[in-house]
Design a protein around this ligand. Structure first.
Ligand code: SF4
Ligand code: SF4
Length: 380
């Protein structure tokens, strides 16, 4: 396992972090719950093999993740790791909720303090709410009474929102962002990541494999890898791209079984900051290009075409369709489109009024596209 300093906090962190969002599960009383024995064994195995960063959150696994993570960290494991959990900002309706939720989370984890307590999944709107509730005052109190050691935020919005949050406080302890070689120009973006580094805010990465999709590329992308002179697995290409950045402290992977854990640990044995050659970087750009070339509909997601009078979710349909074409995740497309069908917002509800086409800056033949997509889905 490789380790790097966690920013200027004075301790090192393993490049691979244990994300407790996708722990092993099992069926119990008709419900999907965490397989506690398997989860605890996996978390401890990861720590035994050198992982020293553990990430959980209030909402993961319907609230069960914090309890099981806490159980896994008994018997001396807590002292071996940096432990992070997240304040569910969507449950904060008044100032005192922040203290109440932190206390509840410490109790669930059964620990006296958290190393990092971070605002969960911030976007422009939720951050403005946290500003209004005085997040800095809350953090300062929790830091001084010892319930937390460092602060931070995780993030899902665009670059400007990220920079605004970053620049709002000079005492952020870290920022957690979604970043991978397909998404380096989305959400916080590479520019945001570098800005955080310059501000002395270490970065924690989530979704390094884009929910697992980059681990299983479609055949043509995989063929590029197989025929390349430098041999790396799809997972190695994805992780090595991120590990190359000095701004990145740890890379979270939501592992669901021991095999994934062992494979990831093996990959991280060799990943160093600045470890990619110029040739590697150029090849990763080629991979990204190959993925993007698979996108059939040039919808930018601007949403000028909605609302549709018949409630057709035009940009969402195009997005899900494009994602499937790009990543080859048929099951996800079927699941998404079925959901829209059940809600009556799928492509078949289009009556061809044309209102959307006039509003589309890309000049897309929306009506035809919707018809084609719906026919394709039904003929499968
Ligand atoms: S053409 Fe179809 S999708 Fe477009 S606004 Fe009219 S009903 Fe909605
Ligand atoms: S207006 Fe056109 S480009 Fe924008 S979201 Fe709608 S279909 Fe996509």
């Amino acid at each position: 396992m490789q380790y790097v300093p966690f920013g200027k906090h004075g301790f090192d962190v393993s490049r691979l972090g244990m994300g407790c969002m996708r722990l092993p599960t099992m069926e119990k009383d008709g419900k999907r719950v965490i397989d506690r024995e398997a989860a605890i064994s996996m978390i401890r195995r990861g720590i035994d093999k050198g992982i020293n960063y553990v990430d959980t959150a209030y909402g993961y696994h319907d609230g069960e993740s914090e309890i099981v993570t806490g159980q896994a960290l008994k018997d001396g494991y807590r002292e071996k790791v940096t432990l992070t959990s997240k304040l569910p900002v969507w449950l904060v309706n008044e100032e005192k909720d922040m203290n109440r939720l932190l206390d509840e989370q410490l109790k669930k984890l059964d620990v006296p303090y958290l190393d990092f307590y971070i605002l969960h999944a911030l976007n422009k709107g939720s951050f403005e709410k946290m500003q209004a509730f005085g997040y800095k005052k809350f953090f300062k109190e929790a830091l001084s009474d010892g319930r937390i050691r460092h602060t931070g935020f995780s993030f899902h919005d665009g670059k400007q929102a990220f920079l605004d949050i970053l620049n709002d406080w000079d005492q952020w302890g870290m920022a957690q962002i979604q970043f991978n070689y397909l998404d380096d120009d989305k959400q916080a973006t590479e520019e945001g990541l570098i800005a955080a580094g310059k501000a002395g805010v270490p970065i924690v990465i989530m979704e390094p494999l884009r929910g697992g999709a980059l681990a299983n590329p479609p055949a043509d992308v995989k063929a590029l890898m197989d025929n390349h002179d430098v041999k790396k697995s799809p997972v190695e290409w994805a992780f090595s791209y991120i590990a190359d950045y000095a701004e990145v402290a740890t890379i979270l992977s939501g592992m669901s079984n021991q095999q994934q854990l062992d494979e990831n640990i093996a990959v991280f044995e060799n990943l160093t900051v600045g470890g990619l050659t110029d040739g590697d970087k150029a090849f990763i750009k080629e991979l990204k290009k190959a993925y993007l070339a698979r996108i059939p509909i040039g919808c930018t997601g601007c949403r000028y075409c909605v609302p549709c009078p018949n409630d057709v979710r035009i940009p969402d349909i195009f997005h899900a369709y494009n994602e499937n074409a790009m990543l080859g995740q048929e099951w996800k497309w079927n699941w998404n489109y079925r959901g829209m069908t059940e809600k009556g917002t799928d492509a078949s509800k289009c009556v061809g009024c044309g209102a959307c086409e006039g509003a589309c800056p890309q000049g897309l033949p929306i009506i035809d596209l919707l018809q084609r997509i719906d026919t394709e889905y039904k003929n499968k």
